[in-house]
Ligand binder design. Structure first.
Ligand SMILES: [Zn+2]
Length: 315
């Protein structure tokens, strides 16, 4: 009976977490839209970017309004990007997962904030090719201060890092590796580096998740990045083959296209922020488990440990 009651409450709290998440996601959209041009995220009220009419509160309800309006502005009927509801739904989902994973602990609000930050980083880097200093500048000292609080609160806080030294090492290692990589690319390979946005981002991840978190995030991000890179190359190859046989003129147009566009397609700039953000979130949710799993293969009894793990899950 008591457990049933608790479970029904759990469901209610998960629902609250989702509703809170989509509301914060709505604010994330404002940040993504305004930070690149240096506008305030508080004033003025939300406006349609096409016709500049103010958006009424009833047309500004996360997820719901986009669906009711049929993805069109009420005033000018121009389409509203699907990115808005995607950002809201994603933030809602991440907040739900955070509460589900960390429950009633100090870690939950902290990691909800971290999730929202990673959502903003991802979508601003995709849209504008910048990682907001508005996130990373306060994020680095905040992560370190949090680890300092974690040192006092201990394991009960649910925080990944309960040791300020670990957090500081994370800043140095995360920022250091990418800083070196950037300098090597610029001076030795004579190519533009990955950008300081990424350096500051991984330093911030290190502040929140420690040195293992910074390293783990980089490994996961590189994995996802390589798979995505291969997928993009395959996509262009397949598309190239189909346009090849069709029309010679189309190919000529492509070759004579905007030189700047060609440079970006050749990997002149590598938008690494989204991969780092996804890597950081994966580490935040299941990092210690991933590390245990990885090292279970290196132990002599690795196979047995793995079998025990699987039987725990009912396999
Ligand atoms: Zn409009």
């Amino acid at each position: 009976m008591a457990i049933d009651a608790l479970q029904s409450f759990q469901g209610l709290f998960l629902l609250f977490a989702f509703l809170f998440g989509i509301t914060v996601g709505s604010f994330c959209n404002v940040c993504i839209g305004r930070w690149p041009s240096g506008e305030s995220v508080i004033k003025p009220r939300s406006r349609c970017p096409k016709c500049m009419n103010a958006i009424a509160w009833y047309d500004n309800i996360p997820l719901v309004s986009w669906l009711i309006l049929g993805a069109k502005c009420r005033h000018c009927a121009q389409p509203i990007s699907v990115v808005y509801p995607v950002v809201e739904a994603l933030t809602g989902l991440l907040f739900t997962l955070t509460f589900w994973r960390f429950g009633f602990s100090a870690a939950t609000p902290v990691y909800m904030l971290f999730c929202a930050s990673m959502v903003i980083v991802t979508f601003q880097d995709l849209a504008d090719w910048t990682i907001p200093n508005e996130i990373t500048f306060p994020g680095i000292p905040f992560g370190v201060l949090l680890a300092l609080a974690g040192t006092a609160w201990g394991e009960a806080s649910g925080l990944r890092v309960t040791d300020v030294t670990d957090s500081l090492l994370g800043v140095l290692l995360g920022g250091g590796i990418l800083f070196l990589l950037d300098r090597i690319t610029v001076y030795l390979l004579k190519k533009p580096g990955m950008g300081f946005g990424d350096v500051k981002l991984l330093a911030m991840v290190g502040a929140f998740l420690g040195w293992q978190g910074a390293l783990g995030t980089l490994v996961i991000a590189s994995f996802i990045g390589s798979f995505a890179g291969i997928a993009v190359i395959l996509y262009f190859k397949l598309r190239g083959e189909t346009t090849d046989g069709n029309d010679g003129k189309e190919k000529q147009d492509q070759e004579g296209g905007d030189p700047e566009e060609n440079i970006t397609l050749q990997g002149h700039y590598l938008p690494f922020g989204p991969y780092l953000a996804v890597g950081a979130l994966i580490f935040m949710f299941v990092g210690p488990e991933l590390i245990d799993y990885y090292f279970s293969f290196l132990e002599p009894s690795g196979g047995i440990v793995l079998m025990n793990d699987l039987t725990d899950f009912g396999f």
